[in-house]
Design a protein around this ligand. Sequence first.
Ligand code: SAM
Length: 252
Amino acid sequence: MNEPRAVYQTLINWLVERDLYPAAVTTDDIGASQWRRADALARLAGPGPHTVLELGAGGGYTAAALAERGHAVTAVEWIAEAASSIRLWTDTVRSGSLRAIEGDFYELPLEERFDVVCYFDGFGIGNDGDQRRLLRRIAGWLEPDGCALIDVMTPWYWAAQAGREDEYDGIRGRFEFDGDGCALRYHQWPPDREDEAVMQVIRCYSPADLRLLLEGTGLRLAGLESYESERYARSVPLAKAMIYLAKLVPAS
Ligand SMILES: C[S@@+](CC[C@H](N)C(=O)[O-])C[C@H]1O[C@@H](n2cnc3c(N)ncnc32)[C@H](O)[C@@H]1O
């Protein structure tokens, strides 16, 4: 199974099954990598406070870190359990503000504009047409002097991971790379249930390819930071990076 919404729903079902989905949160639950994302936003967009739209916000941990830094955050997530989890943060954060919107960011009737639109660890689902459609929506959500901060997976890192297996939150995983489509294929399954495996397909882009993708979307690549992993623990040269955080600004 690899329809994106069904894949993310299944991944959450597996957590719920094993009682690993949080029923309550405290700010101590915000991890180092979420604070590092908030630091990256301050470096690339300025300290703010900003109005921030976070796409594909998962359980809201990064949104909570951003609110704690004083930003007014709107977090979008289409999986009901994850959106409920984001709502738990709404009364927990001690500064800024946090609002959860449950919905598909391709469909959302959201008329507001934001200083920053961010998407951590999710960009690349679907084909190039899907990415362009999303980038055009992002351009429409940005204030004229705003910026988007988007995690982008590098092809060279993920091509070298083909065949590697891992385990995360008790879920087994195997990485493959589609060289023709330049996409990571990540298969995941609960131990001993490989027949139930789901697959995420994430398109990977070099900055040169991202510039081509951005043509006609109303956005241009204005800078980037490259990291060893999605946790942002170590900055590394782009050629050694798993991921880079692209800063996109209005094209004109
Ligand atoms: C890999 S997870 C990353 C979650 C979070 N950004 C983080 O870094 O912890 C990608 C998230 O994006 C959400 N997502 C993907 N496509 C979406 C869409 N079209 N609309 C809303 N949420 C979406 C998924 O449900 C999932 O929670």
